[in-house]
Unconditional design. Structure first.
Length: 430
């Protein structure tokens, strides 16, 4: 069988696995939906996973795609054997699937990484000499820390203030510049005005990188329509917890930047001199890549696209509204928000409970009610300190932290109601 036949077969298999845009599937199930966990008194209860913003469970179609790839698993690229060529075809098809999932331009590079942090660090190493990065203090550390030369902006009071602050900062910078911004906050879930920010960036000759890690599990993203230069996200937040992430965007900076890893696959030839690939994809994917992670990520993209965003968003908005209303009805519970209760957001709610540290709340929810949430500063220390109104930056200081409940596919109304009633019970004990 020829290499072309193998590649065409892999592409055909992927196309047949995904319904056309005019059809849709039921919302897929997640692995572990029937997990039972021990609680105080020795009972077992169904686990209420409300920690999706940290890592989402695996979708059943993702698990199935990985299982299907395992029998023929082999190292990709340059192998003449059938298993190697089939695995290469699946890996490269995954690249096309991810490109289509975010509506990328046909010539955009799609580089598989470990996660969003890995992707942003990769881009940081490819910035032209003298590039200044503009970034808000509301960002996750993955977007806040990698840049060699950065201008940090204070949390904006409202979305228009974010656009204005970026406008002023970019106007004052000479030379290459990059604006970095989240699409949806990992602390509050609030959606950022990325289209307006992209317009401002381009007006000043800058580029924009969007951290879409918290957006793509919840909303459709179209890189081309939004005129974004770069997008990064993680598979483990997109129901594909197999260790892959992705950086997608314009090729020129990536083609000219220092190879992220120096080794096999990133070079054209090695002698007295080294000739590196000028194609960004092999240039920055040295060594044996995480093939199964890439296949899993593509399978998650296919599953969400096949389901259709209308039903996914409708169910999420119903549950998050119920959760927020329930928490708001409890005395002493304060939801964290940058732009107010009415601002659009994805399924993330961070809150504090008067009289309790965040760790005490999280431990009680787990140990007594079988509920999994996150507590801390969520790798966004400056932002959480701003929202809490404290200058204390100690990571282990429970009084300067919050509780985060986050939902996704697999979250049920019973999970939401259990959390609300558990918090109400904790408050009643004070």
């Amino acid at each position: 069988m020829s290499t072309l036949t193998i590649f065409n077969a892999a592409a055909r298999d992927a196309a047949e696995a995904t319904p056309s845009a005019t059809t849709s599937r039921p919302i897929p199930a997640v692995i572990g939906a029937d997990l039972e966990v021990p609680v105080k008194g020795g009972r077992l209860v169904g686990y209420a996973n409300l920690d999706y913003a940290a890592s989402a469970p695996c979708l059943e179609p993702v698990s199935a795609a990985v299982a299907a790839a395992l029998p023929a698993y082999s190292s990709v690229h340059r192998g003449a054997g059938y298993a190697s060529q089939l695995t290469t075809a699946r890996y490269e098809q995954a690249r096309h699937t991810v490109r289509a999932f975010v509506g990328a331009r046909p010539d955009d590079a799609v580089i598989f990484t470990r996660n969003t942090t890995d992707a942003t660090n990769l881009l940081a190493g490819c910035l032209p000499a003298g590039t200044t990065t503009v970034v808000f203090d509301t960002e996750h550390h993955a977007s806040l820390l990698p840049w060699p030369q950065a201008v940090r902006l204070a949390p904006p009071a409202f979305p228009g203030a974010a656009v204005r602050a970026a406008d002023e900062a970019l106007a004052a910078i000479d030379g290459p510049k990059l604006l970095v911004v989240t699409a949806a906050s990992n602390v509050t879930g609030e959606l950022w005005p990325i289209a307006a920010l992209a317009h401002i960036a381009h007006r000043h000759g800058a580029r924009i990188l969007v951290d879409a890690a918290q957006l793509v599990p919840h909303r459709k993203l179209n890189l081309t329509a939004l005129d974004l230069d770069y997008v990064a996200f993680s598979g483990h937040k997109l129901y594909a917890p197999f260790g892959a992430g992705v950086l997608i965007g314009r090729r020129d900076w990536l083609a000219e930047g220092e190879p992220y890893l120096k080794g096999g696959g990133a070079v054209r030839s090695v002698g007295d001199d080294v000739e590196w690939h000028d194609d960004p994809e092999p240039r920055h994917e040295a060594g044996t890549p995480n093939v199964l992670g890439a296949i899993a990520l593509a399978a998650a993209c296919d599953a969400l696209s096949a389901t259709g965003w209308t039903e996914l968003v409708r169910e999420e908005e119903r549950l998050i509204a119920r959760l927020r209303a329930g928490l708001a009805s409890i005395p002493g519970v304060r939801e964290l928000s940058l732009w107010g209760d009415d601002h659009p957001r994805v399924g993330i709610v961070s809150f504090t409970v008067a009289g309790y540290s965040a760790r005490e709340v999280a431990e009680a929810l787990s140990g007594e009610y079988g509920i999994g949430v996150r507590d801390g500063k969520f790798c966004a220390h400056p932002f959480v300190r701003h929202l809490l109104g404290t200058a204390d930056g100690g990571c282990e200081d429970g009084t300067a932290s919050a509780v985060r409940a986050s939902i996704g596919i697999g979250t049920t109304q019973e999970h939401v109601d259990r959390l609300v009633e558990a918090v109400r019970d904790l408050v009643s004990r004070r």
